[in-house]
Design a protein around this ligand. Structure first.
Ligand code: PLP
Length: 535
């Protein structure tokens, strides 16, 4: 791959960057060239059509005890071809990592190697039933066990709970283990400390577990204020009410918490635990072992660090690694390797055994098997040296973006040194009346999914960009060129940016209304609910 900026290689230039003419001259169909409009399936389907021929259902006595529907269900029918077209048209209105760079900070939208998919689809894994006898699924248990060994080795931790099904679920698992450990020593504590820059799931998890949540202030350099933390912890001992501190490292400003060991020492001296949000493990895998920094519990987002397609809310997998102190409280089930080399799934607490203090279960079965196979395929295909390279390249790419853009977009922590795996910018310097939102919408016209916006909260109008290690220099250069152009328009007060996106299937929606008052059920007269609300 050549390293030169590709930009618009054909030399073609759009007549107008933001053409009102496009809007003024609507097409008869609503389609714009090959970008096709698509109504809801309820609007194009009808109850008397179907794509399949089904035999009449033979008359049989009802066994539903009078609970059967009194009226037809009213599902819209389409022919097979219409069905295929409906979903294909909708899919073309989507953006995906397989289409282009996905700069969402904190989400680690990296390429998902097809090898992982092939492995996950092997019938020996994909067709298993979760209630199969253990003797018949030894290979699957071996995968869970081996992946767990890798996660413990990479993090330098004593134990791992494999079953949590997302990062947030892993946070819950970690805090429940911490609570169980505190209860076991008769030490009821009521407060969890969370930095202001934390991902929203951290305080949400703490509150869900019944803890009071308090902020840890940040330094002007965007890191945890160690002095303020020590002051809050006080002398510790029986009077200390702090159960745990939740810290993200690297944090959501894309910065490494250099004082992590000192933070952990202070927290432990106060008799509390250190929860580390490991969603950003991508940046340090193979380079730093969180166990060496004094972490007691950390979730790993397999879908981020170890790749798995994870747009649109799933699937996720959030195994939690635990320190010696928390290991006895790990939830069931646990896969154990036995003396004869076979694997055993521990499903029950057994008094006196290692897992006699398990706090309970997180899931009905074993966790996300399809993601375990993907993550292990990813880890084995990279090897230990390859994983270290992942972290190094992720950090290199983010710094390339930071340094290539900081002359046009304000980088609040750019002066404090290199960033980790994500570059953080603010809205400072945009023309009066222009915001991060305008920049994001302008990026859509340039063919990019916007970056993470307005997060972390500690930076005004935050724009958080995580290129990941899988983007080539050419891809980064084109993205930089696009963002430069949009940022320059926002700084110059180019009013046309206010109307962006001009070329997307939908323009600016009232996202607040759509989020606060979603109309999730189709009503005959209503039509496109969200669109109507916005226009
Ligand atoms: C993604 C993320 C989470 C939550 O993980 P999910 O798998 O989406 O539940 C938590 N913290 C940080 C920093 C994240 O980036």
């Amino acid at each position: 791959m050549s390293g030169k900026a590709i930009g618009n290689q054909s030399g073609w230039k759009p007549e107008m960057a933001a053409s009102d003419a496009l809007i003024a001259a609507p097409t008869a169909t609503g389609n714009r060239a090959l970008m096709l409009e698509e109504p809801l399936i309820f609007e194009i389907g009808s109850t008397d059509r179907t794509g399949v021929d089904l035999a009449d259902v033979p008359a049989a006595p009802s066994r539903l005890g009078g609970m059967e529907r009194a009226t037809p269900i009213g599902l819209p029918g389409l022919s097979e071809q219409e069905t295929v077209r409906h979903y294909t048209r909708l899919s073309r209105q989507n953006y995906a990592i397989d289409l282009g760079l996905f700069p969402l900070g904190s989400c680690t939208m990296k390429h998902n190697p097809r090898l992982n998919e092939k492995v996950a689809r092997m019938p020996g894994f994909a067709d298993l039933h979760p209630l199969s006898p253990q003797s018949e699924v030894q290979g699957a248990l071996a995968v869970i066990h081996e992946l767990g060994q890798w996660l413990k080795t990479l993090t330098g931790m004593a134990a791992v709970a494999m079953s949590p099904k997302a990062g947030a679920h892993g946070e819950l698992c970690g805090l429940l283990a911490i609570r169980a450990a505190l209860e076991a020593r008769g030490d009821a504590r009521s407060v969890i400390l969370v930095p202001e820059s934390a991902h929203g799931t951290n305080p949400a998890t703490a509150a869900f577990c019944g803890y009071a949540v308090e902020d840890i202030p940040a330094t002007p350099e965007g890191r945890v204020d160690l002095e303020a933390l020590e002051a809050r912890l006080g002398v510790g001992g029986p009077d200390c009410d702090v159960a745990a501190v939740m810290i993200t490292n690297p944090n959501t400003c894309g910065l490494f918490e250099r004082d992590m060991k000192k933070i952990a020492d202070a927290v432990h001296a106060a008799g509390a635990f250190v929860y580390c949000d490991g969603a950003n493990f991508n940046a340090i895998v193979g380079r730093v072992r969180p166990g060496d920094l004094g972490v007691d519990a950390m979730h790993i987002n397999l879908h981020k660090t170890f790749s798995t397609p994870h747009g649109g809310g799933g699937p996720g997998s959030g195994p939690v690694v635990l320190s010696e102190a928390l290991a006895p409280f790990a939830p069931l089930p646990i896969v154990e390797r036995q003396a004869d080399g076979s694997f055993h799934l521990v499903e029950e607490e057994t008094a006196g055994a290692d897992h006699g203090q398990a706090f309970g279960r997180m899931v009905a079965f074993h966790g996300q098997m399809g993601m375990f196979t993907r993550a292990l395929a990813y880890i084995l295909s990279h090897g230990a040296d390859g994983l270290r390279q992942v972290a190094e390249d992720a950090v290199l790419n983010a710094n390339y973006i930071l340094r290539s853009l900081e002359d046009v977009v304000d980088a609040p922590f750019g002066g404090t040194g290199p960033c980790m795996h994500e570059a953080l910018f603010s809205d400072k310097g945009l023309a009066e009346g222009f915001s991060t939102l305008d920049v994001a919408k302008g990026l859509i016209d340039e063919g990019y999914h916007p970056m993470t916006m307005y997060f972390p909260l500690v930076v005004h109008g935050a724009m958080l960009i995580e290129p990941t290690e899988t983007e080539s220099k050419a891809a980064l250069d084109q993205f930089i060129m696009a963002l430069r152009s949009v940022a320059e328009r926002a700084k110059a007060g180019d009013e046309s940016l206010k109307g962006a996106p001009w070329f997307a299937p939908r323009r600016r929606l009232d996202e607040t209304l759509a989020a606060r008052k979603p109309r999730l059920a189709w009503e005959e007269a209503g039509g496109l609910a969200v669109q109507a609300a916005a226009e």
